[in-house]
Unconditional design. Sequence first.
Length: 405
Amino acid sequence: MFQPPGNIFGATLVNQPQGSTIGFGATSSRSQVGSNPVSSLSQPQAPFDPTPNSGPSQSQVPESDPTLNSSQASAPLSRPKPVKAPSIIFQPTDTFGPSAETTEALHDALAQSLGDDGFLDIIFHVFTRKLPSGRVCKPRAVYSNSRILKSSSVYFRGLLSGGFAESTSLSTTGKFPSNQDEYTDAYEFDSDSDLEEGLDDDEVPAVSPIGEPPAPSVIQGIPPSSSAEAASPQLKRAVVIRSAAADTWQALMFYIYTHKVYFLPLQSNGSNMRQQARSDHEKKYLNRPMCSPKSMYRLADIVGIEELKSQAQTYILSQLCADNILEEIFSSFSSEYAEILKEQTDIFCKQYLNDEAMRNLHSKIQVVAEGRCPHGTRAIMSLLEHLPRISGQGGSLKSGGKKKK
């Protein structure tokens, strides 16, 4: 039995004996800014090298196939050079390929699927919409194969091996379990752009008889009604995921199967760029999921898939430019992940420091001082570590970047 390191993820397995718990084998790497984490970018891990006023080179993202191949994985990692506007729309990656264990599990599962209809033996119910009140709702069913998932990480082995022993099966209709709430008020990622924005709190489902949803990292349920039902190949087991968006979860499933991931541009690069990226992607890859790199970074951290986490981090940093770097440094996401914040601050001080940047930085600090951006204190702490470099630009935080006479 795996023991949870803390409340890192909300998942509900339907239906396990009431009050039982299953631990997760993954540990979160969130850390305070002062802990001086070692960034994954210290080693060459992902193939990108943006150049000024241009997108990725043809050798990096071939026009015929935007998926990067494994031969590029050894290329030295270069930090993005200053650009006037972000030019990377999306950059799917295919760095190392599935592990041997995952590949064997995939082959076995595919072979089994030729003889029965039990290939997709698990249903994840994952939420899609966030309402103005902060409540997350509108679950969507995402189907998967438990054997392949268990081969991919300790997290899934803990979740599925322990849970399946006493869980009940559901019908293949994929309907949301009737003994669970179709919403959560405890969603942990406020800035998750993979959630749709709901406009009306009237969309909130009625409260179910069981009351509040289970706490994160707790899996609850009831025993199977009959052994015949549990053994039926027509029935599937269900897990309710309460701390990730459906788009992110589906992209994770696709990555585990294929080792390919397709990222959307950062929101700070504008909605038009994101819409264009999605439109272009759907024309070429109709059914392949796209997701936010920030949402995937967080999810990969939770489930313990380091290669995917590294790819998400590389893509996030590749999207930085003069127009959005301060917004990203002072974002709530960066305040949660010290390794991301450290890299962003370092890039800002090395590549984007000028009089205009100092004036914008002064404005950001003023917002934090007025209490309108409480998480921004970590950004200021990170910037203070670079104070000698900032002072060398001829400006100061107090003067808003104006040179002293």
